[in-house]
Design a protein around this ligand. Structure first.
Ligand code: GDG
Length: 491
């Protein structure tokens, strides 16, 4: 039931929509990231406001922008989605400094343990602070003291700090969707003390795994020795002397029932059957990712190359399909990654193709949801090998769509999802090409009974610990009163 005291104010860098211009003019389209996939059904159920940047620079030529139409487009979206949108306008310079700079050239690589990719420009830090202040002003304006403010992700770690400095009292929760690095890596950040202090200003700080929370607490101990941790288990209290906050592990999940139901629909089954048919009923290994260097796509293609070199018995009998969703396309590093992947796909296909069999199929595009589910349903092996990942929803979606229960999940030990799924997924080191090739060979030859036992356990885990339970456990810890009496998620 919706009521004023239970209104939810979600704040994230991007609104859960993208403005795209085509021949019919501007359109509002639903984005494809994990955060959007996770939060949209929840806000729809509860109602509230989502505050974020629209994705269009505020100082772009108005003739190129959606302009006055924007309000109407957002209103239409609200009518359908069941919650309001509030945009925080950002200039091109702000987008460059705060988003492409601080968020994506510093925090993203550093928190994924890829420090050599970081560019620690001081102007990025200043821009990050300015934009965080701007967001905090919007939050102060659009919320009341009764609302629960739920800040999403690494772009906005200074929200509670700025709200407090403005004298605005709110109950705030922060969830980090990406990993929190070990202290030796976090300590490389030039602004480490200010950043960690800002995180302590939230009432609740949530992480994907217990390990992430431990990493955070270890850095906190080094930088703020007065911090004392009380309690054990998924959520602990951190005492700072004159105040305290809570820190917890809340592994994000998916709407299991919705994925499973969709995978059972006749048109999706038809798509899956057509795919199988087109590939002459060979076994399918599937990879699905945003095109990002943390996802380990080149390493994965090399492991497929190793698989085909080591095991000639698989020639003509297996296909690897990689779906890569375009992401951060303006950035040189991502353009280079795309070229590298395309060259690798060409090389592997050049080495092994024979008439009637091309081993690697590569799709560089955002697939419609039902088509994606069709791919999940058709795949015999889900190959999810990020170098490091906060959670990885693809791993969970693959299992949810495997209604036949005979698929195998081959999963990176460095994905947050491994903490929950390790007992029944085939865990691999994403840097170990030989190891992945061996795991794949075994997975492809696994007895059907064996596959079914493990897949049933994986599906049960994900079904129980679904997205609704994630939201509820976070809000329960944050609002400190029980909304629905769910047990805590298994971490
Ligand atoms: C961040 C963290 C964390 C993919 N291809 C298509 C498509 N997708 C959807 C998937 C999935 C989402 O994109 C990707 O989610 P991930 O969790 O794998 O990764 P990130 O985008 O990096 O998300 C991550 C997540 O936040 C949530 O906290 O798990 O660790 O990095 O939902 O289904 N969707 C459609 N077409 C595609 O072609 N429609």
């Amino acid at each position: 039931m919706k009521s004023a005291s239970q209104r939810l104010v979600v704040v994230s860098n991007r609104l859960p929509v993208a403005l795209v211009k085509d021949e019919n003019g501007w359109q509002v389209k639903q984005g494809s990231g994990g955060l959007v996939t996770a939060m949209a059904p929840v806000l729809k159920n509860r109602g509230g406001v989502w505050i974020g940047w629209s994705g269009a620079p505020a100082d772009a030529d108005p003739a190129d922008g959606p302009d006055a139409d924007m309000d109407r487009l957002f209103d239409d979206f609200t009518d359908e989605a069941g919650y309001e949108l509030c945009t925080v306008p950002l200039t091109q310079a702000e987008v460059d400094g705060y988003y492409f700079g601080f968020s994506n050239e510093i925090i993203w690589p550093l928190f994924h343990d890829l420090q050599s990719r970081c560019r620690f420009h001081p102007r990025y830090w200043r821009s990050y602070l300015d934009v965080n202040f701007k967001f905090a002003e919007a939050v102060a304006r659009r919320s009341t003291p009764d609302d629960y403010i739920w800040i999403q992700d690494y772009h906005l770690m200074h929200q509670a700090f700025f709200l407090k400095s403005m004298g605005v009292r709110r109950n705030t929760g922060f969830f980090l969707h990406i990993p929190f690095p070990p202290p030796d890596i976090f300590m490389k950040l030039p602004w480490r003390a200010k950043l960690i202090q800002a995180l302590t200003e939230f009432d609740l700080v949530g992480f994907q795994t217990v390990q992430d929370r431990r990493n955070f607490v270890s850095s906190l101990h080094r930088l703020m020795p007065e911090a004392k941790v009380e309690g054990r288990g998924a959520v602990v209290t951190v005492n700072m002397g004159n105040r305290s906050f809570r820190a917890g592990a809340f592994p994000i999940s998916i709407d299991f029932a919705q994925f499973s139901k969709m995978a059972a629909q006749p048109d999706v089954l038809q798509k899956a059957a057509e795919l199988k048919e087109a590939l002459r009923h060979r076994q399918i290994i599937l990879g699905v990712d945003r095109l990002d260097y943390t996802k380990g796509i080149p390493e994965r293609i090399r492991s497929i190359q190793t698989l085909l070199r080591r095991y000639p018995d698989l020639h003509g009998k297996v296909n690897f399909i990689q779906i890569a969703v375009p992401s951060r396309e303006e950035v040189d590093e991502y353009k280079e990654l795309r070229t590298e992947i395309e060259q690798l796909v060409g090389r592997v296909n050049g080495e092994f193709s024979i008439p009637g069999w091309v081993p690697v199929h590569y799709h560089y595009r955002n697939l419609p949801h039902d088509e994606l589910v069709g791919y999940y349903a058709a795949a015999d092996v889900g190959l999810v090998t990020p170098l490091r990942d906060g959670m990885n929803l693809v791993a969970k979606e693959y299992c949810a769509c495997n209604n036949k229960g005979d698929g195998v999940l081959v999963l990176s030990e460095f994905a947050g999802a491994a903490a929950q799924l390790q007992r029944h997924a085939y865990l691999v080191n994403p840097y170990d090409m030989e190891g992945i090739a061996k795991a794949l060979h075994r997975a492809l030859h696994w007895e059907p009974e064996e596959r079914k036992i493990h897949m049933a356990k994986l599906r049960e885990q994900i079904r129980r610990n679904n997205i609704f339970r994630w939201v509820d456990s976070f809000l329960r810890a944050g609002i400190a009163k029980s909304l629905v009496d769910f047990p805590e998620m298994e971490t």
